[in-house]
Design a protein around this ligand. Structure first.
Ligand SMILES: *Cc1c(COP(=O)(O)O)cnc(C)c1O
Length: 394
C-alpha cells in the first residue's frame, strides 16, 4: 500500500474490495466527479466567473445556474439549492418554519440529524410510531398530529418524513403522509437521503413542500453535499434574502440568501455533483434492477440456517438490516476473535462493509454491485457458514 503522505494512506476500498457498507454505496463518485474534485479542488475555484449578484446559483461558467434549473426539474419542484448535506437542508427549513416551543412531527425511525435540527431551533420533535411491520403510515401520522393538538392546543409546524429510513431501508407511506399533511395544512419535508439520486423522485406527484437529498449518501458526490428543493411559494420564505444593514457603514447584502449564509458548496463539491448528474439521471431509471439484485442476495442469504432479515420483504431497497444471532453469532460466542472472525473471513474473500465485529443485527447495502458481484457475495456468506458447520439449504 502506498501513502498519500507520511500519515495518510491511500484509500482503495472500492478498488480492492466489494464494499457493502450501508451508508457508502450511493455516494461513490463517478469518474467525472473524481476529475471535478481534482480540477476544482482549490478553495474558491467556482468563483472565477462569479459576477453580479454574486450568488453561487447564478454562476454561468461552469453552468451552475443551468444545473440548478435542471435539478429542480428532475425533482419535479420549482427551485433548488445545494447544501452541505441533507442535515443543512433540514436546518434551513426548520430555522424558517419552527420557533421555540413548536412541535415537529418526525418518524419513530427518524435520523438523528432531524432531531438535532429541531433542537437547534428550540422545537420539540414528536415521533410517529411505526406499525408492527416497521412502516410509518398516513393514519399513524394523523393520530400523532391529533395527539399533539390535544396536548398543546396547537398543530405541529412541520412534518419531516423519510421515504426510506436508515434503520431498515423500509419504504414508508409517504404519499399517504403527504395527503394527511395537506388535510391539516402542515408543510411536509420529504427526507430523500436514501432515495434522491438512487430512484426517480417527483416532489409534485408526492405532494411534498420540501425535498431534501444527500449528495454524499445517494448522489455519487463528495461530502459534504446535498440539496433542498421546494415550490416557488416556499422558496420565497426559505430562500429569503438578507435585510440586514450595517449600522456604521450602511452596507446591505440584498442578494444573499440568509439560510444559505450566502453561498453553500463553493468549489469541488458542487462541480462534482454537477459532474455526476448525467449519470444520476440515467441510473435512477435502473433502480428496479438494483432492487432485484437486493432481493436476489437476500434470497440466498436466507438459505443460511439461523439468518434473518429484519427489513420488510420483499425488499424495496438495497439497504437491508439482517440478524445473524442464530448463525454467525453462535460461532462468535466461542471464537477467540469473537465477532471479528466474520469480519476477517469476509475480508479474506475481499468483502468489506459490515460493522467490524458485528454478528447480531447489522446492515448491508448491495447498491451498485454487478449481478456477478451479488452472486459472489451470496456465495461468500454461504462459504463462511459451511466452513463453520452452519447448515446451508441448497
Ligand atoms: C444519512 C441520512 C441523513 C443525513 O444526511 P447528510 O447528508 O449526511 O446530512 C438524514 N436522514 C437520513 C434518513 C439519512 O439516512
Amino acid at each position: 500500500m502506498s501513502q498519500i503522505s507520511e500519515k495518510i494512506a491511500i484509500r482503495a476500498r472500492e478498488e480492492l474490495f466489494i464494499n457493502i457498507q450501508p451508508i457508502q454505496a450511493g455516494g461513490r463518485l463517478t469518474p467525472e466527479a473524481m476529475k471535478a474534485m481534482i480540477a476544482y479542488g482549490d478553495g474558491y475555484s467556482t468563483c472565477d466567473w462569479c459576477l453580479k449578484p454574486f450568488r453561487l446559483d447564478k454562476i454561468r461558467k461552469p453552468p451552475i445556474d443551468e444545473f440548478h434549473a435542471e435539478l429542480a426539474d428532475f425533482l419535479g419542484m420549482d427551485q433548488v439549492r445545494v447544501f452541505p448535506g441533507a442535515r443543512r437542508g433540514f436546518q434551513a427549513v426548520a430555522s424558517t418554519l419552527v420557533e421555540k416551543g413548536d412541535t415537529v412531527i418526525v418518524s419513530g425511525l427518524a435520523h438523528y440529524t432531524e432531531f438535532l435540527t429541531i433542537e437547534i431551533v428550540g422545537g420539540i420533535a414528536r415521533e410517529v410510531p411505526p406499525n408492527e411491520d416497521n412502516i410509518i403510515t398516513g393514519e399513524a401520522t394523523a393520530q400523532k398530529i391529533e395527539e399533539v393538538k390535544r396536548e398543546t392546543g396547537k398543530l405541529p409546524k412541520l412534518i419531516m418524513m423519510e421515504h426510506f429510513d436508515y434503520v431498515f431501508g423500509n419504504e414508508h407511506d409517504i404519499r399517504g403522509i403527504a395527503k394527511v399533511a395537506k388535510e391539516y395544512d402542515i408543510p411536509l419535508l420529504y427526507n430523500g437521503a436514501y432515495s434522491i439520486g438512487l430512484m426517480p423522485v417527483d416532489g409534485r406527484k408526492i405532494g411534498a413542500d420540501f425535498l431534501v437529498g444527500s449528495g454524499h449518501k445517494s448522489f455519487a458526490s463528495p461530502a459534504p453535499s446535498g440539496l433542498l428543493a421546494t415550490t416557488d411559494e416556499w422558496a420565497e420564505k426559505v430562500f429569503r434574502t438578507s435585510r440586514a444593514t450595517g449600522d456604521l457603514t450602511g452596507r446591505r447584502f440584498e442578494g444573499k440568501e440568509v439560510e444559505l449564509l450566502g453561498c453553500t458548496l463553493m468549489g469541488a463539491n458542487l462541480i462534482a455533483m454537477m459532474a455526476s448528474f448525467p449519470t444520476i439521471r440515467e441510473r435512477v431509471k435502473r433502480w428496479s434492477e438494483e432492487v432485484r439484485k437486493s432481493n436476489r442476495f437476500v434470497k440466498e442469504f436466507l438459505k443460511i440456517e439461523g439468518n434473518k432479515v429484519l427489513s420488510e420483504m420483499p425488499r424495496k431497497h438495497t439497504l437491508t438490516r439482517v440478524d445473524t444471532t442464530g448463525s454467525f453469532d453462535e460461532i462468535a460466542r466461542t471464537h477467540k476473535r469473537r465477532g471479528f472472525f466474520l469480519t476477517k473471513e469476509l475480508k479474506e474473500r475481499k468483502i468489506v462493509g459490515p460493522f467490524p465485529g458485528a454478528t447480531k443485527k447489522w446492515k448491508l447495502n448491495t447498491y451498485g454491485l454487478t449481478w456477478k458481484q451479488v452472486e459472489y457475495l451470496a456465495w461468500a456468506f454461504k462459504d463462511i457458514a459451511k466452513k463453520y458447520g452452519i447448515p446451508v439449504r441448497e
